[in-house]
Design a protein around this ligand. Sequence first.
Ligand SMILES: Nc1ncnc2c1ncn2[C@@H]1O[C@H](COP(=O)(O)OP(=O)(O)OP(=O)(O)O)[C@@H](O)[C@H]1O
Length: 149
Amino acid sequence: MKKFYRSFTYALKGIKELYKSQRNFRIQTNIGLLVMIMAFLLDLPGNEIMWLSFATMIVLVMEGLNTTIEKIMDFINPDYNPVVGIIKDISAAMVLIAAVFSVVIGIVIFGNAIFGLSSRYGIIIAIIFLASIKLFSREKGGKGSGKDD
Ligand SMILES: Nc1ncnc2c1ncn2[C@@H]1O[C@H](COP(=O)(O)OP(=O)(O)OP(=O)(O)O)[C@@H](O)[C@H]1O
């Protein structure tokens, strides 16, 4: 039990470090808090609260992972290196994907609860995002870079 308590305090230290050093983590925490307060005030059903909690937490988890990867890369290779750049970019991309997922969940749930909107608006955002990935990642050959590992 003592060991569990110690691990918990280390984890809290990590959260404190993330909150103090990462602006994005602070913003995401505040948005998450707002989302949860709104869910409470709107008295949303349990399954919607679960989706909103999942969406909020996954963004915070991905931001933590992104920060960890950035710190590891800066530690093992403080100089400019294109591979480090690619690793950091991909790491940031994962946060963006989680954020878009959260926006889709937010639009579906709050859109319906506040404005009576159809869930289709959430689907539209997801389609636009996924289509944008294809559109902006197109190479001349039309099938990505052809450099898959
Ligand atoms: N050592 C490096 N070599 C090559 N490119 C890098 C390097 N460090 C950063 N970059 C590029 O700059 C971008 C931003 O990196 P950085 O580590 O500053 O992330 P950040 O999101 O600004 O971090 P922070 O959370 O500290 O503000 C990376 O996604 C990458 O494209």
